[in-house]
Design a protein around this ligand. Sequence first.
Ligand code: SAM
Ligand code: SF4
Length: 380
Amino acid sequence: MAGIYIHIPFCKQKCFYCDFYSTTQLKLKPVFVNALIKELFLQKDYLKNNTVETIYFGGGTPSVLSYDELMLIFNQIFNLFDVSDNPEITFEANPDDLTGDYLKKLKQTPVNRLSIGVQSFFDDDLKTMNRRHNAAQAETAIKLSQDCGFQNISIDLIYGLPGMNNQKWLYNLNSAFNLNIQHLSAYHLTYEPKTVFYNYLKNNKIKQVDEQESITEYQTLINKAKQQGFIHYEISNFGKPGFFSKHNFNYWRQKKYLGVGPSAHSFNNESRQWNISDTAKYIAFIENDILPFDSEILDSQKKYNDYIITSLRTMWGIDLDFVKENFNEATVSYCLKNAEQYIKTENINLTKNHLILSEKGMLITDKIVSDLFIVDDEIF
Ligand SMILES: C[S@@+](CC[C@H](N)C(=O)[O-])C[C@H]1O[C@@H](n2cnc3c(N)ncnc32)[C@H](O)[C@@H]1O
Ligand code: SF4
């Protein structure tokens, strides 16, 4: 079981909060698609004989790809990799790209799951974030997607925005759920260095929401999603039963994945590698048959820490049997010793040999994760 991630590194304009790698040089798109197709060929053995069960187009903005470009990429994947009969194929899209014509063509491709970046249903917030679309466009894009036959739709929302309050957040959540979506990813705004928002914050042009407001909005999110029959299966992810993201689930379960495109990461249980975050250089390297990545070998300590950080964020938590099988008995004791203070304070529940964050614990996930990390390798 394996996944393929495809990074489409183009954005028509940069959003003020975002530090995902992308360029606004859209003129590079045709040569980039050729390079991507070549990279898939150069990496065709990376997943060995593992069947590809999920494919994820992320960005940047995959919805800048034309039908023909997308089909070139699909043909290459289906020719070179062993893809399962019914793969989950997710496509991140910006609402303003999702016109009726575009969606009709998209429906003719193998894409079967849309992840639409709505962020907010307030025009003033969208403007503040430098989004390209307005609230009406977002709503239309979702409805058009449904009319075109997409039945697995996720949307992204951001909360904890400057100037946001719980009432506005509740409006955003109601708007989302009223649109009959299957999945919601809701992220608290983070101020990433080098973004416009980060500079605004440093120069006192915007004010961060206070901690209590963040907590209130998170609790509103959890309660509202539950009322709507959504399962809170990962800190930032909520899905109707049967609609959890299989691609992300496989990341959390330490399954292999190949990432292609600038800045994309790959993982094969033994090492992790990441492509250069520069589209022009990426193209030049690939044209010369060179794969432009750096890599690191994963020792037991890194593998354990990776497992902690990913598993603890999910509703299945840390599986102590998995820790015993994949590491050793001493690691289980180490993990339990460090978790003890959080079990006592009910931030973590120990259930059937799984350490699972409680709602209270989710508010301090980063602290708990860092306390469970192994910082030296004396255990191995
Ligand atoms: C890399 S973006 C790609 C999606 C697509 N390009 C779009 O904007 O609709 C994936 C999601 O990450 C979230 N995101 C990016 N930067 C963030 C930040 N600094 N804080 C919170 N969420 C962020 C947004 O919700 C965004 O939709
Ligand atoms: S949020 Fe999406 S559209 Fe905006 S800059 Fe990031 S990747 Fe591009």
